[in-house]
Design a protein around this ligand. Structure first.
Ligand SMILES: [Zn+2]
Length: 379
């Protein structure tokens, strides 16, 4: 989760300053049903899969657009890496189709805040309807059992967050009284609405077409020559110069024993909030990785780190901006580069939103992999 919620509004603050309603982070409109939602966008690039979380507080119309965009990009670019491309893509497409991930604890607080704002502004009818909406969201809050058990074991009181928010909302409903009447909000986020059907139909059509294309595709063998001929089994390829795994990092420092930054390389762009995880857990080979900033006239490395095979490493406090990942497979010596990606950071009333990105590296077959325009001098 990449949102830090600020302190919840207290009753005393209400008397001092007019409350700010929560607005859609996209269009800036005040909505009766703002939701914090997370959509996923997947891009694969043969040797790696990138999954980005697109998150924010949205009105239902903007959420619909975000979900469509993320799903469309995933449909086009998500599949082309095996096996994580298809796995992440299917997860992303389904999550987006069902309205994204909507953490109920945050959303109950958002709705409760909005109800309180409407109440202070004297829109009791609206306030009541939004408070009832908030109340229904609290039912989806599941206590974190492991955390609760741990707290209990340490002798603390275990608080039920859902019950706590519910109590606040009920208190608010009491204050509003029955003046508002019994109006309920029309659920702008209901599941079986237009976006769900449209995305569902697109999914069915594309899967159907894919199935048909696979069924009817001719076998993809090259045509035979006019005379029977079978080449001899000898290989004429010149032998490659043998690659030797370097004993140390290029600056002479030893490789770390676990996933870690390599000493002596730049460690900058550290005043941000974004996180980038490079997941090498699918790969037997150790990799030497650089995070390269693309914001200047020339790209330059801002972090350099080592990840053993079957491990992963998370860079944190990364400054917002445009980057790519470049890495050397230390078993084969092959060099690869990711697509450019951007890390974003945004301050909202609810806290700071930032990017949280995972890049999965795949197994690279020994030495026979073409690289992506990444020459030794670009690494
Ligand atoms: Zn909006």
């Amino acid at each position: 989760m990449s949102i830090e919620t600020g302190p919840s509004a207290s009753a005393s603050a209400a008397e001092q300053e007019p409350p700010e309603p929560i607005v859609c982070s996209c269009c800036g409109k005040v909505t009766a049903q703002p939701r914090y939602a997370i959509f996923y966008e997947v891009k694969s690039f043969i040797v790696q899969t990138t999954r980005s979380a697109i998150q924010g507080i949205f009105c239902s119309a903007c959420a619909e657009k975000k979900a469509f965009r993320a799903s469309a990009i995933t449909w086009i670019l998500g599949w082309w890496g095996f096996p994580w491309g298809p796995i992440y893509s299917i997860h992303a497409i389904f999550t987006n189709m069902f309205g994204g991930k909507q953490p109920p604890d945050i959303n109950a607080r958002l709705a409760a805040h909005q109800a309180w704002v409407f109440a202070v502004l004297g829109k009791t009818d609206m306030a009541r309807a939004v408070a009832l909406d908030a109340l229904s969201i609290t039912k989806k809050i599941k206590p974190d059992k492991a955390y609760a058990r741990m707290k209990k074991a340490l002798g603390y009181d275990v608080t039920d967050e859902g019950a706590e928010i519910r109590a606040q909302i009920e208190k608010l409903l009491e204050l509003i009284g029955s003046a508002g009447g019994g109006n309920r909000l029309k659920d702008a986020w209901g599941l079986f609405r237009r976006p769900f059907y449209v995305q569902g139909v697109v999914a069915c059509v594309l899967f159907g077409w894919l199935g048909y294309a696979i069924e009817t595709a001719p076998p993809s063998l090259p045509p035979r020559g006019p005379k029977p001929y079978v080449a001899s089994q000898e290989s004429y390829a010149p032998p490659r110069p043998a690659y030797v795994r370097p004993a140390n990092a290029p600056n002479g420092q030893p490789w770390p024993t676990a996933a870690a930054y390599v000493n002596g390389f730049p460690h900058i762009h550290t005043n941000g909030f974004s996180k980038v995880t490079v997941d090498n857990s699918q790969n037997d080979s150790d990799v030497f990785v650089k995070l390269v900033s693309l914001d200047g006239p020339n790209g330059f490395p801002v972090r350099a780190f080592f990840i053993p095979g079957h491990a992963s490493f998370t860079l944190d406090k990364v400054t917002a901006g445009n980057y790519d990942i470049r890495y050397k497979d230390l078993s084969s010596g092959s060099l690869s580069r990711s697509e450019q990606f951007s890390l974003e950071e945004k301050r909202t009333d609810e806290g700071i939103q930032f990017s949280n990105m995972t890049m999965t590296l795949y197994k690279v077959r020994n030495g026979n992999m073409k690289t992506y325009g990444l020459a030794e001098d670009e690494f």
